[in-house]
Design a protein around this ligand. Structure first.
Ligand code: HEM
Length: 500
């Protein structure tokens, strides 16, 4: 009996503490007038509502009930979710100065990545310097024009591989081909090396590292939601990432050392790639960038640039194969502008408005970064009469904005024609379509990404006809998404190429 009584007493006490904790946290919440949101449980908050693999969808569903400005408690983190173009504009443009820094996930605290890395550095002299180098020296149009031959060669190799498959009647795994080609396009633009070459040990190692970092980095990390767990690193994510980041930096450092040696022994050979440019900057001026920072910057470029580009290409091909009338219109445009049998080049892109519309429509329906990396409120900000407290994290759900029926007619349908004659672009000016983000933290790689995407997609459909392996499957199943650091197709697209 005694035992029973003390058990009951213990239960009551625990319940009272939980209730007290809950009401304190709620009262804090209500007195500050946070935006509305679903009821939060003590300690775990709303995490249960997001269980599953598609947080962008769960959040969009919740926003239908609670509105486009919504509060969620993700564990201990007050999170404000934005799900409309107008509010995205308010946060990313009007109040950009307060939301221009990101919350740092535990996975990048590994190896102190956050103290060197462009996506995680706060807006500061160091960050501005790296952004300026990207804008003026790496992604400027005249630079990309000058090194487009590096990419053209890689696309020709992709087409030759696919030609071989077409001769044997073999299906091509479009996602894998896209990943390999994007990696090679990037690695050739960056340091004139084929990193996706299966015969190169360095290439194999890098592909493995990129995959591992993206895989481990996309696992939900309890330490991000419950800061008390930071030290414990319960899933070992920080430990694994430290190893992967370290290996990647070593790999890039050795490529840089080899180039430096080559320059010393053979004189300054012009590779015309990003590494040449960065070494020239580091030699000409002191303090702008050194060898270690170059290696760190390359880590950022590979991690941010590869999966995003290849996932978009796979989605675009999937949509084209499921919408044959769109595909034949695109092919007709390519045939008219480029001519049968001629290879597409980057300077053709401007003359291919329908191909551009297809890429925009793919971004609208399948943004590879569906939730913008969370921004951290640098001050208390009032938005539409509600309070966003200092330190809260702000998530912009661009996936939800792409499905907003008040902006888009028949939002779930793939209709590139909606962009023909429209002024809407993806450069952060039109908040209904912001796959590259907006404001000062917007993606610096956009000019290269758009070139790579249009070139690969245009070349694949101009050179081949395509047939889905095994015939059409129901679109709902076939188009299922897999959430990670980028939004991938859950089921790979396999298609048989037929030489035109
Ligand atoms: C389809 C391709 C791509 C998409 C959709 C994409 C999208 C994004 C998005 C949404 C952001 C965050 C923007 C924000 O918070 O407002 C971002 C940041 C970034 N992206 Fe991209 N990206 C792509 C390709 C690339 C490429 C090719 C590179 C470089 C080679 C790159 C490098 C970066 C970097 C370094 C950042 C961090 C910038 C900063 O925080 O200052 N991205 N990207």
């Amino acid at each position: 009996m005694n035992y029973f009584m003390s058990f009951i007493l213990c239960l009551c006490l625990t319940w009272t503490i939980i209730q007290a904790f809950y009401s304190i946290s709620r009262s804090k919440v209500t007195s500050k007038k946070l935006p509305p949101g679903p009821k939060a449980f003590p300690i775990i908050g709303n995490l249960l509502e997001l269980v599953g693999h598609k947080p962008q969808k769960s959040m969009a569903k919740l926003a239908n009930t609670h509105g486009p400005l919504m509060t969620l408690m993700l564990g201990q983190k007050t999170t404000i979710v934005i799900s409309s173009a107008d509010l995205a504009k308010e946060v990313l443009q009007q109040h950009d100065q307060f939301f221009c820094n990101r919350t740092i996930p535990e996975s990048v605290v590994a190896g102190n990545e956050h103290e060197f890395s462009l996506p995680w550095l706060p807006v500061s002299a160091k960050w501005r310097n790296l952004r300026r180098i990207c804008k003026s020296h790496l992604f400027a149009n005249q630079i990309l024009d000058a090194n487009q031959n590096l990419r053209r060669k890689k696309v020709q190799e992709l087409l030759a591989d696919i030609h071989n498959s077409s001769l044997n009647g073999d299906a091509v795994d479009i996602g894998k081909a896209a990943f390999k080609t994007s990696l090679n396009l990037l690695s050739n633009t960056i340091f004139s090396v084929d990193l996706a070459d299966p015969n190169s040990a360095t290439g194999r190692e890098l592909s493995k590292l990129v995959h591992s970092i993206l895989e481990v980095g996309s696992r939900p990390n309890l330490a991000d939601y419950f800061p008390v767990l930071k030290k414990v690193d319960p899933q070992g994510i920080r430990r694994q990432m430290t190893i992967y980041f370290g290996k990647m930096i070593d790999l890039f450092s050795s490529i840089i050392s080899q180039r430096l040696l080559q320059r010393k022994t053979l004189g300054s050979i012009k590779n015309n790639d990003m590494l040449d440019t960065l070494l020239r900057i580091s030699e000409e001026s002191t303090g702008e960038i050194d060898k270690t920072q170059i290696a760190r910057l390359f880590v950022d470029l590979f991690l941010a640039g590869n999966d995003t580009t290849s996932a978009t290409l796979e989605w675009a091909m999937a949509e084209l194969l499921y919408n044959p009338e769109v595909l034949s219109k695109a092919k007709a445009e390519l045939k008219q502008i480029i001519g049968k049998g001629n290879a597409m080049v980057e300077s053709d892109i401007d003359r291919l408005p329908y191909l551009q519309a297809i890429v925009k429509e793919t971004f609208r329906l399948h943004p590879p970064v569906p939730l913008l990396l969370p921004r951290k409120a640098g001050a208390h900000v009032e938005i539409q009469g509600f309070s966003v407290p200092k330190g809260a994290q702000v998530l912009v759900n661009i996936w939800a904005i792409g499905r907003d029926a008040s902006i888009w007619e028949i939002p779930n349908s793939f209709e590139p024609g909606r962009f023909m004659g429209s002024e809407i672009d993806v450069k952060g000016r039109n908040f209904e379509l912001i796959p590259f983000g907006a404001g000062r933290r917007m993606c610096p790689g956009l000019p290269l990404a758009l070139r790579m995407l249009h070139l690969m997609l245009g070349s694949l459909i101009h050179t081949f006809d395509w047939k889905v392996e095994g015939g059409f499957k129901p679109k709902d199943i076939y188009f299922e998404e897999k959430f990670g650091l980028t939004l991938q197709k859950a089921k790979p697209l396999r298609a048989i190429p037929i030489m035109v």
